[in-house]
Design a protein around this ligand. Structure first.
Ligand code: FE2
Length: 208
């Protein structure tokens, strides 16, 4: 899928890896608020920023529910790969899905995003024809969810432009991985001199 976003690559990458926004922006479509505590690890290493969520139960809504009829533990990671790719993985046993997004800048605050979604259904869902039959439904569902992000990211751009920073993002500790993504992208933008951002790893907690 190809989608035009009115925002820059760094902010989009953060959005695609951002769990907390999903229970607000995609409420009822992907995840509902549950007031659950999610311990996580943010790792910055070798041009990648990887979020690992230590949460074996995650009550997804929408099509996400298809993937775990047996209530298996979830393995969920989100990863940024320099300069402009994200990969999101939700895995329950042998089934799950992966969302790859490549963000191509077409202006300082405009981006074309190429999204590829691949999935493997649980073994007790019969046959390849189910997967093929689901494809138009997955496409329609994903389009609805992506358009929710298009709207919120355009709102963020307007907010940043009209705010005291004049369009420049200021991170706080609550932004989790934004600062790590920005560190790599700033280093590349400035010519990639020297060894680049140091490796870093920290444990964080948030609530969804
Ligand atoms: Fe989103």
């Amino acid at each position: 899928m190809v989608t035009r976003f009115a925002n820059g690559v760094t902010n989009l990458v953060e959005n695609f890896m951002d769990v907390p926004h999903t229970s607000f922006v995609h409420r009822g479509w992907f995840r509902n608020p549950t007031r659950k505590r999610v311990p996580s690890t943010v790792k910055r290493h070798a041009g990648r920023v990887r979020m690992t969520y230590h949460q074996e139960e995650d009550a997804l809504t929408g099509l996400g529910r298809l993937f775990n009829p047996r209530g298996l533990p979830l393995v969920h990671t989100d990863e940024f790969i320099v300069p402009n790719v994200t990969r999101v993985d939700y895995q329950w046993g042998d089934s799950g899905f992966a969302i790859n997004s490549q963000c191509t800048p077409i202006g300082p605050t405009d981006t074309l995003v190429y999204t590829a979604i691949s999935y493997r259904l649980p073994v007790d869902v019969p046959g390849a024809w189910v997967g093929r039959a689901l494809t138009p439904l997955v496409r329609w569902y994903t389009r609805q969810v992506i358009q929710q992000d298009v709207r919120i990211m355009e709102t963020q751009r307007q907010g940043l432009k009209g705010g005291p920073g004049g369009g420049v993002y200021s991170s706080t500790e609550a932004d989790l991985h934004h600062a790590d993504i920005e560190a790599y992208r700033r280093w590349l933008r400035e010519g990639a001199h020297g060894p680049g951002p140091e490796d870093a790893e920290r444990d964080v907690v948030f609530w969804v």
